[in-house]
Design a binder for this molecule. Structure first.
Ligand SMILES: [Zn+2]
Length: 270
């Protein structure tokens, strides 16, 4: 098995989104009141080159996101900036690794925010897995009001529901095995979105946690600092606690989507 990090461009958001200030609604509104931008942060997608077939976790950004400056949605227009060139989309980069669209058996989306589902168009032949609750939150006009971009999904987009069993995997209350070997496991990590999932990969005694936006960096996860967009403070805190407990148990490489140190940690299995 081989795990690859693919950087699909980069993103800038507000500091108050990365690390929430205060609690509850005040914390969430704080994102809109903040005028401090982060540096450009990477947006990673992950490729699990597995003996049972290639699994892609998140599809990263697409060049359509460069249109966000014209969006009518206040978050998309004012609170986020994207950088992405056509050859940085996931399709061309997979091609560079010798992986064609038909080689990708499954695509798992941690959630449907636009910098995670932006490369969907490259996977017309793959089975796509999205948690049922996330799909329903992101769909239709209600989804658009929440800042999702369902109108940018490919016309063929019809994901299979990723229903997690109420079967604990370590400190995570819900999970589902994604391979027959049982070495790739989706786990529920609610917080950033209510139905957010992460993917655990077990390879030769080391565990990799493809964490999506469970936190923006490893430091914030270790500090138990929730972000500015999570709806529920307690739920988000409990997920960060579960991730810490998980990592205490055995060597774990923590790989959030936007942590500038994720690729290096993967390369060094740190
Ligand atoms: Zn997100």
């Amino acid at each position: 098995m081989k795990l690859h990090a693919i950087q699909t461009g980069s993103v800038r958001i507000k500091m108050a989104q990365v690390q929430g200030r205060g609690r509850g609604l005040r914390r969430r509104l704080g994102v809109f009141g903040d005028d401090q931008w982060t540096a450009w942060l990477p947006t990673y997608a992950w490729v699990i080159d597995h003996p049972e077939g290639v699994i892609v976790v998140d599809t990263g950004q697409g060049t359509h996101l460069l249109q966000s400056v014209h969006s009518l949605h206040p978050y998309m227009r004012w609170q986020v900036m994207f950088q992405i060139e056509p050859e940085q989309e996931i399709g061309p980069q997979l091609h560079g690794l010798g992986i064609g669209a038909r080689d990708v058996q499954r695509v798992v989306l941690t959630h449907l925010h636009c910098d995670h589902d932006g490369g969907l168009a490259h996977f017309p032949h793959s089975e796509i897995l999205v948690s049922r609750g996330e799909l329903s939150a992101a769909s239709g006009w209600a989804g658009r009001l929440r800042g999702y971009l369902p109108h940018r999904w490919p016309s063929w987009f019809n994901p299979a529901a990723l229903d997690l069993a109420s079967e604990a995997f370590g400190p995570f209350a819900t999970s589902r095995r994604l391979t027959t070997a049982g070495d790739v496991i989706a786990v529920g990590t609610p917080g950033h979105t209510a139905h957010h999932v992460s993917v655990v990969v077990e390879d030769q005694g080391t565990r990799y946690l493809l964490a999506g936006d469970a936190s923006y960096t490893e430091r914030l996860m270790l500090a138990g600092q929730i972000d500015g967009v999570s709806a529920d403070d307690e739920v988000a805190s409990a997920t960060l606690r579960a991730i810490r407990d998980f990592a205490m148990d055995r060597p774990t490489v923590y790989l959030p989507t936007h942590d500038p140190a994720s690729a290096e940690r993967l390369a060094q299995s740190r």
